[in-house]
Design a protein around this ligand. Structure first.
Ligand code: SF4
Ligand code: SF4
Length: 135
């Protein structure tokens, strides 16, 4: 048996398909959705943990990719060096779940790790390279 934590990025046309049910039914994989940001007609992201036979997980990943789902290994955490942060908001623009926000009255960057789906997109968005990932 094997376990993999993956970030799935769904194009809008795939968002409403029962992909998770397919993993369970067709590939015999226990699928634990850890976090998700899914809205009708928009790009969706989901952090999932798959538990099953390694071969079946590989097959399922291949099938997901054939459906147009982007599949990436999940990072385990992100780290923000907020001592140097200038609250420019560049990282907030790529954070779909709204885990990174710059809002009044203080207009300082805030990171809500409860909302973070560990997609890693904010890492490249920061011009000062203040966000790093842990694998
Ligand atoms: S990794 Fe960064 S961009 Fe992705 S959800 Fe977490 S804070 Fe937002
Ligand atoms: S992109 Fe970098 S400097 Fe700008 S708000 Fe985000 S962490 Fe701070």
């Amino acid at each position: 048996m094997a376990k993999r934590r993956l970030v799935l990025t769904f194009p809008p046309e795939v968002v409403e398909r029962p992909v998770v049910a397919m993993l369970v039914k067709d590939y015999d994989i226990i699928t634990n959705i850890l976090r998700a940001e899914i809205h009708e007609g928009e790009i969706g992201r989901m952090l999932v943990e798959l538990d099953g036979q390694a071969k079946r997980i590989r097959e399922a990943v291949k099938h997901l990719e054939e459906l147009g789902v982007e599949v990436e290994d999940a990072i385990t955490d992100i780290e923000l060096d907020d001592t140097e942060c200038i609250s420019c908001g560049a990282c907030t623009a790529v954070c779909l779940p709204g885990a990174l926000k710059v809002e009044g009255p203080g207009w300082e960057l805030e990171l809500d790790k409860q909302r973070c789906i560990l997609c890693g997109l904010c890492v490249d968005a920061c011009p000062l390279q203040l966000i790093t990932v842990k694998f």
